[in-house]
Design a protein around this ligand. Structure first.
Ligand SMILES: C[C@H](O)[C@H](O)CC(=O)C(=O)O
Ligand SMILES: [Mg+2]
Length: 396
C-alpha cells in the first residue's frame, strides 16, 4: 500500500515590527475621537488627567506586528498592542523558542515562551507579545493547510456571529443592527455626586433614545471602587442596564466578588480585558463574575484562550472577548459559551462601521446589520496593508 509522508515545515525566521497611529493600538488616535473624550479611568483621581487618556500615556505603546516565516517561504502574521518594547521581547527573547521548530509546535512554544519570561512577565506587555507570536503561528498554520483558523479550532458551532457595539452612540448602533450598545462611563468617584448624577442622566437619556429592549451597557475601564460601582449599578437598574463592565482595577478580585453580590438582580458583572492566562482567569472566575472578556491579543493568544474558555465553561461563565477583531471572530464562532462578539466602533463619532484595526489590515471583515459570516480565507483571512509604514527596531 502506498504511504505518503509530508514533511512538516519548520520555522525559518521570526520578525517583529512596529506601527504608530491607529491599528492594533486603537487608543492611538489623532484629533477628536469619542474614545478619548473625558472617559473615567483609574487616573481620574488626578484632575489634570481627566480629560484625555492620551494625557497619561494610554497610547505610548503603539502596534506590534509579528511575522513568522516557514522554511517554504509562507509567512503568517499577527498584530497587537505592544510597540517597541514588545518588538524587543519578540526579537531578543521569544524568537529562540520558534526558529528551527516545526510549525505545529504550538503548545511547546507557548509553554517555553511563558516559563522563560516568568521572571519579568506573567501578564501585561510580555503576554501581549506572547499572544502576537501565538496568533502569528496560528495564521501561518492556517495558511500552510489552506484552512481558516476556526477550522483548526474544531470548526464553527453557528453560521454567523452577532455583535454588540462599543462606542458613544448606542442609538446609532441600534439602527445599524447591533444587539446592544456599550458606552464609556465618563465620570469617576473623584467627580463626586454631581458626576454620579451626570452618569445616570446620560444613561437615562440613551435609554429614552433606544427604547426599552435594546441592551445598554457601561464600560467603566477600571475607574470605580466597590461602593461607587454599587451605587451606580443600583441607580442604573431603573434604566435597564444590562451589564457593568470592568468597574474595578483588575487586581481587586475580592472587590469583584463583593460587587457581584451587591448589584441588582439580573444585572451582569463583566470584566477581564486586562487579565491574562488561565491562572489569572481562574482567580477571576472564582469571584463569580458573569462574563469574562479576554482580549485575544493580550491574554496569551488562542492557545491560552482555549484553556481559559474551557475553565469558564466548567464554571458556567460566558466568554465574550474584548475587541480583538479577526482574532476574536475565529474563536467566538467555535464556542457555544461565546454567544456573541464585541465590535469596537473606531469611527471618530461612532456613527459608522469601520474596520476595527483600520488602516493596518487588508480584508478585515466588519459586521453588516450587526452580523458576520466569518470568511473561509486561510489563516485569520487578513493581510498587512503595504501602505502602512512599519519599522523593525531590533533584529536578532
Ligand atoms: C471604551 C473603553 O473605555 C475602552 O476604550 C474599550 C473597552 O474597554 C472595550 O471595548 O471593552
Ligand atoms: Mg471594556
Amino acid at each position: 500500500m502506498a504511504s505518503s509522508s509530508r514533511k512538516t515545515p519548520t520555522i525559518a525566521q521570526v520578525r517583529a515590527s512596529t506601527v504608530r497611529g491607529k491599528g492594533a493600538d486603537y487608543h492611538d488616535q489623532a484629533g477628536y475621537h469619542w474614545i478619548d473624550d473625558h472617559i473615567a479611568t483609574p487616573m481620574s483621581v488626578y484632575p489634570e488627567y481627566r480629560e484625555s487618556r492620551q494625557s497619561f500615556g494610554l497610547n505610548v505603546l503603539g502596534t506590534l506586528v509579528v511575522e513568522i516565516e516557514a522554511d517554504d517561504g509562507t509567512v503568517g502574521f499577527a498584530v497587537t498592542t505592544a510597540g517597541e518594547i514588545g518588538a524587543w521581547i519578540v526579537e531578543k527573547h521569544l524568537a529562540r523558542f520558534l526558529e528551527g521548530r516545526p510549525v505545529t509546535d504550538l503548545e511547546r512554544i507557548w509553554d517555553q515562551m511563558y516559563r522563560s519570561t516568568l521572571f519579568y512577565g506573567r501578564r501585561g506587555v510580555v503576554l501581549n507579545a506572547i499572544s502576537a507570536v501565538d496568533l502569528a503561528l496560528y495564521d501561518l498554520l492556517g495558511r500552510l493547510r489552506g484552512e481558516p483558523v476556526y477550522a483548526l479550532l474544531g470548526g464553527p458551532v453557528r453560521d454567523e456571529l452577532q455583535f454588540y457595539a462599543t462606542g458613544a452612540r448606542p442609538d446609532v448602533a441600534k439602527e445599524l443592527g447591533f444587539i446592544g450598545g456599550k458606552m464609556p462611563l465618563h465620570h469617576g468617584p473623584a467627580e463626586g455626586e454631581e458626576g454620579l448624577r451626570k452618569n445616570l442622566d446620560a444613561l437615562a437619556d440613551m435609554r429614552e433614545r433606544v427604547g426599552e429592549d435594546f441592551w445598554l451597557m457601561w464600560d467603566c475601564w477600571m475607574s470605580l471602587d466597590v461602593d461607587y460601582a454599587t451605587r451606580l449599578a443600583r441607580g442604573a437598574a431603573e434604566h435597564g442596564l444590562r451589564w457593568i463592565e470592568e468597574a474595578l482595577i483588575p487586581d481587586d478580585y475580592w472587590g469583584y466578588a463583593q460587587l457581584k453580590r451587591q448589584v441588582p438582580p439580573g444585572m451582569l458583572v463583566t470584566t477581564g480585558e486586562h487579565e491574562a492566562t488561565r491562572w489569572g482567569f481562574r482567580q477571576l472566575l472564582e469571584t463569580g463574575v458573569d462574563i469574562i472578556q479576554p482580549d485575544v491579543g493580550w491574554c496569551g493568544g488562542i492557545t491560552e484562550l482555549l484553556k481559559i474558555s474551557a475553565l469558564a465553561d466548567s464554571h458556567g461563565t460566558m466568554v465574550v472577548p474584548h475587541g480583538s477583531s479577526v482574532y476574536s471572530y475565529h474563536f467566538v464562532v467555535t464556542r457555544t459559551n461565546s454567544p456573541f462578539a464585541e465590535f469596537l466602533m473606531m469611527h471618530e463619532t461612532a456613527e459608522k462601521v469601520v474596520p476595527m484595526f483600520e488602516p493596518l489590515l487588508l480584508g478585515e471583515p466588519v459586521p453588516v446589520n450587526g452580523r458576520l459570516r466569518v470568511p473561509e480565507t486561510p489563516g485569520f483571512g487578513v493581510e498587512l496593508n503595504p501602505d502602512v509604514e512599519r519599522e523593525r527596531p531590533f533584529t536578532h
